[in-house]
Write a protein that binds this ligand. Structure first.
Ligand code: SF4
Ligand code: SF4
Length: 448
């Protein structure tokens, strides 16, 4: 730390934004980690004050690592802040500064290099991860490692629980048949728009079917859908872990990949990815070559719920049941998409939508937070699970892959899966309803 000058540190920590905090404390009630701990350094105001103390030379950078690591990054504090402090930008700058200056163990360096730079850092690495996971599951290695306790011994309890909650991933053949990079899905009926679909990394590996459900909805809404080749991870995982430069590389790769095609919108079905894509304009605002391109790209990004509501409605058929909805924090607090998924759910015939208590509270997934801070993440997941139970809903509808996985694990811990409560993506609910409408239409035709 001694080699870093205070001026450099001020700039790196985003001091201009830090001093906008007027220390009023309006954000405290919105912060899940503060509510759990009632400890000021675990509040947004506390974390900003700590970052300020470092920037002004009163504290060492190492002193704020713990409080920042414990932040789930839900950004509920931004919505509550009357001064409009951009907490997310402060957090990302502080995490990047810590990663740049902190001593890392050999293991941490290896995990960062393999996981973030090689696997999630390239499209080929993401494909490889999908195949490896399929092989792990289909050969029974996953079952064996779980039964013998090997997964927990090697990867820890949190990873073992998430692994157990992971759905079966599709085979490489199924992925190939279902259309990969470069595939064009034609519009059904009158073509209204040409869409570039952003698949995401974890979403495309673990929730591949949910992406295909979203594409089917888009086709039926009159969109021609291209899975843009050359795209990779959105970079959100990299920002969560302080790898700012790597995140910006991902942003540039994705912008360049989508720019090569004539498209009206960039659409995704993963709330966290969508928020990152919409923030490329902020990430790259200081880069003269990329600032304008990032602005244009971000302006074209739409969540699946957003674009479906802007197009003529798809015919929906009966899909009975009681459901509740789990907001993705980055969809709610960053993209400000609160009503859109609820409106869509309420339009499904026969579906009873019930609001969940404390809907604006994070479930604890937080990108990789549930792996890094399992105790707090699981406490948040347990709270969410009890609130799901209180609604009496048989399904928890989600719109973001980390939430989907984390809530599957949380419902399992609470025993709700055994009571038949399941976690389902918004796109799947809508697709099932759309299929029901089609089947009704077919039956009507054959019986006429
Ligand atoms: S609400 Fe905003 S201004 Fe007030 S303490 Fe929190 S971050 Fe600072
Ligand atoms: S991002 Fe979420 S957890 Fe972090 S300080 Fe803000 S409200 Fe608290």
């Amino acid at each position: 730390m001694s080699s870093v000058s205070l001026t450099n540190l001020k700039e790196a920590l985003n001091y201009d934004e830090i001093v906008n905090c007027m220390r009023c404390g309006f954000c405290l009630a919105a912060c899940p980690t503060y509510k759990l701990s009632l400890h000021e350094p675990r509040s947004p105001r506390g974390r900003i004050a700590l970052a300020r103390a470092v920037a002004e030379g009163h504290l060492d950078l190492n002193d704020i690592v713990g409080p920042l690591d414990q932040c789930v990054g839900c950004r509920a504090c931004e919505v509550a802040c009357p001064a409009g402090v951009h907490y997310g930008e402060i957090l990302e700058a502080a995490r990047a500064t810590i990663v740049e200056h902190k001593e890392q163990s050999a293991l941490e360096r290896l995990v960062r290099k393999v996981g973030l730079k090689w696997v999630l850092g390239t499209p080929a690495g993401i494909r490889f991860a999908g195949w490896a996971l399929w092989f792990w599951q289909v050969t029974g290695l996953s079952w064996l490692a779980r039964k013998t306790g090997l997964t927990q011994a090697v990867a820890g309890k949190a990873m073992a629980e998430l692994e157990a909650a992971m759905p079966r991933v599709p085979s490489p053949v199924k992925r190939f048949m279902g259309g990969g990079p470069g595939h064009v899905f034609p519009a059904i009926g009158e073509r209204r728009a040409r869409v570039g679909f952003f698949t995401g990394c974890i979403q495309e590996i673990t929730f591949w079917k949910e992406n295909r459900d979203a594409i089917a909805l888009l086709q039926n809404a009159g969109c021609e859908v291209l899975i843009v080749p050359g795209q990779g991870c959105c970079g959100a995982v990299h920002t969560h872990t302080g790898e700012e430069a790597a995140a910006h590389e991902q942003a540039k790769r994705n912008i360049a990949a989508f720019e090569r095609h004539q498209i009206d919108y960039v659409v995704n079905a993963a709330g966290g990815c969508g928020a990152a894509l919409k923030e490329y304009k902020i990430w790259l605002k200081g880069d003269p070559e990329w600032a304008e391109r990032a602005k244009k790209f971000s302006a074209s990004v739409r969540d699946i719920s957003e674009i479906l509501l802007s197009l003529p409605p798809i015919p929906l058929g009966p899909r009975p049941g009681r459901v509740t909805f789990q907001d993705s924090c980055h969809m709610r607090n960053v993209q400000k998409l609160v009503n859109e998924p609820r409106k869509l759910l309420s339009s499904v015939p026969g579906l009873e939508f019930v609001e969940i208590g404390n809907a604006d509270q994070c479930c604890g997934a937080g990108g990789v937070y549930n792996i890094m801070q399992p105790e707090t993440a699981n406490a948040m997941g347990a709270d969410k699970a009890s609130r799901v139970k209180a609604t009496g809903a048989r399904e928890l509808v989600v719109a973001n892959p980390p939430c989907q996985l984390h809530m599957r694990a949380s419902l399992m811990r609470a025993g709700l899966d055994k009571e038949g409560v399941r976690v389902v993506h918004l796109a799947t609910v809508l697709r099932e309803s759309m299929d029901a409408a089609k089947s009704q239409e077919r039956t009507g035709q054959t019986t006429r």
